[in-house]
Ligand binder design. Structure first.
Ligand SMILES: *Cc1c(COP(=O)(O)O)cnc(C)c1O
Length: 485
């Protein structure tokens, strides 16, 4: 036996046993917070990792003893338990200034919308039955009517998200047939949603026309044949072509479709609805197309998201001609994509707020409408509070926020941010520590500073944000460390 072998043998023997670890009072405390089974699984995987280190010669007996003495094992065990307890869809503070932040759940809904959703979830509800006759009906009859009224369309239907709406559109009208799309509109929209891939899965044969920067109606016309099921426009949402560019207006597409008896569709994505009497969003969002204009152009179906510029829960909404919407409803795939009662209740309430002249109360609309002049005093108030806590510089700077979710990609909204330049550790470490706070705080980093944009803060978020900084400051100085109750 070589020296090395006997060294590692004694190192293996010195590894803590699972039994030993689990009997330790420091583990017992953790078992009170998470199941014994889970704590044991974490402990076991940590011991395994140590064993691997011994096997590869990176850890010897002396080092194991030092580690055990330092309590590192239990510190890491506690960290793993804490991470496990903070997983999942938990509330967070969005200080990024990106209003429809997909990573943070896009549009936060109006309080009454959230209440309607909670009520529907908690109780039985009139979902798919007629109160008068007690017979089955369509779950989204009312939603369809509200959508039609809000957009000027004949009818409407709702599905799980806009990707589902686009899938349903392609499958219904071009499944086993051809769909004509401009090369300039074959886009990928965040999180792996690629128009050509969705078409392929909908069994629609893609016929590309035009070039990346220019497509004319004559291009569509030439590609039309007896196999064509759908002519489509896709709003390029998250990117913008500038310069020598020409695309086909939806009206021209609608006219061609009507003349040739081929269905026409427009995937708008972001779905900007202007509401009579409410503050308009359009000038701020540049030339982001309006749902109403898309409908008025005469295309058969228009798809858009419920949780982008509409400011409601996640959904895909399709409005348009009655016959086309009925065809979508009759497709068996609709059954796999349709909305649940909770989302339906939330969408109905969102559209009711708009109908009742209360669109300006919708949180994402408030955020998109907030002016730099309104945001400056909010940034200054946060900066004053942070200056008393943070070691390092805290300043208020002119900055720009973004609508997010691919809505108006070239548009930036003037804002004022609090810029924190930490004296110790750097901006990346500070941003990570803030994300680990309870509730987590998401920020953006720019030029070595952490930026906090008041545009996306909801009521009460300022306090949570300041508390997060207080706790971090406390962590550096154990004497003043605050503990969450
Ligand atoms: C965002 C977007 C989609 C996908 O919408 P989801 O609601 O996220 O599924 C589809 N098409 C366009 C043009 C979009 O902007």
């Amino acid at each position: 036996m070589t020296d090395k072998d006997s060294d590692s043998k004694s190192a293996f023997r010195r590894l803590p046993s699972l039994d030993e670890v689990m009997r330790d009072p420091r583990a017992t405390v953790l078992v009170g917070r998470l199941s014994r089974h889970d704590v044991q699984a974490f402990a076991s995987s940590m011991i395994d990792a140590w064993r691997d280190e011994v096997r590869s010669g990176r850890l010897n007996e002396t080092e194991i003893e030092a580690r055990i003495a330092s309590g590192a094992l239990f510190e890491e065990l506690e960290l793993r338990v804490e991470r496990e307890l903070s997983r999942g869809v938990v509330r967070c503070v969005n200080a990024t200034g990106v209003v429809l932040n997909t990573g943070l759940g896009r549009a936060p809904v109006h309080r009454e919308v959230a209440e309607a959703m909670a009520r529907a979830a908690r109780s039985y509800c009139v979902l798919e039955v007629d109160r008068e006759t007690n017979e089955r009906n369509q779950r989204d009859d009312y939603l369809g009517d509200l959508l039609a009224r809000a957009t000027g369309a004949e009818a409407g239907i709702g599905v799980n998200n806009c990707a589902a709406a686009v899938l349903l559109m392609f499958q219904t009208f071009a499944g086993g047939r051809e769909a004509i799309v401009s090369r300039g509109e074959l886009v990928e929209i965040g999180g792996s949603f690629r128009v050509p891939d969705v078409m392929a899965r909908a069994n629609a044969k893609l016929v590309e026309v035009g070039t990346t920067n220019r497509t004319r109606i004559a291009d569509y016309e030439r590609a039309l044949n007896e196999r064509t099921g759908l002519l489509v426009k896709v709003h390029t949402s998250n990117f913008k072509l500038i310069g020598f560019v020409e695309d086909v207006p939806p009206r021209a597409l609608a006219e061609l479709g009507a003349a040739k008896r081929v269905v026409t569709g427009f995937d708008l994505g972001s779905g900007l609805l202007e509401i009579a009497g409410a503050k308009p969003l359009q000038p701020k969002l540049g030339d982001e197309p309006l749902v109403r204009d898309a409908v008025r152009s005469g295309v058969d179906v228009v798809c858009f998201s419920g949780d982008k510029l509409l400011g409601g829960p996640q959904a895909g909404l399709i409005v348009g001609k009655r016959a086309a919407i009925e065809a979508l409803r009759k497709n068996p795939i609709y059954r796999a994509l349709r909305l649940d009662k909770v989302t339906l209740a939330g969408l109905e309430k969102t559209l009711e707020l708009m109908r009742d002249g209360r669109a300006d109360e919708i949180p994402s609309r408030i955020m998109l409408n907030a002016t730099a002049a309104e945001l400056k005093p909010r940034a200054e108030a946060i900066a004053r509070r942070l200056a008393a806590i943070v070691e390092g510089s805290v300043t208020v700077i002119a900055e720009r926020s973004q609508p997010g979710s691919g809505a108006a990609p070239d548009i930036f909204l003037d804002t004022f941010c609090v810029a924190v330049d930490p004296r110790h550790g750097g901006a990346t470490a500070l941003a990570l520590a803030l994300r680990r706070s309870d509730p987590p705080v998401f920020t953006r980093i720019q030029d070595g500073r952490v930026l906090l944009d008041p545009r996306t803060l909801l009521e009460g978020d300022e306090d949570d944000l300041v508390r997060a900084f207080q706790e971090l400051a406390g962590r550096a100085d154990p004497a003043t460390r605050r503990r969450t109750p």
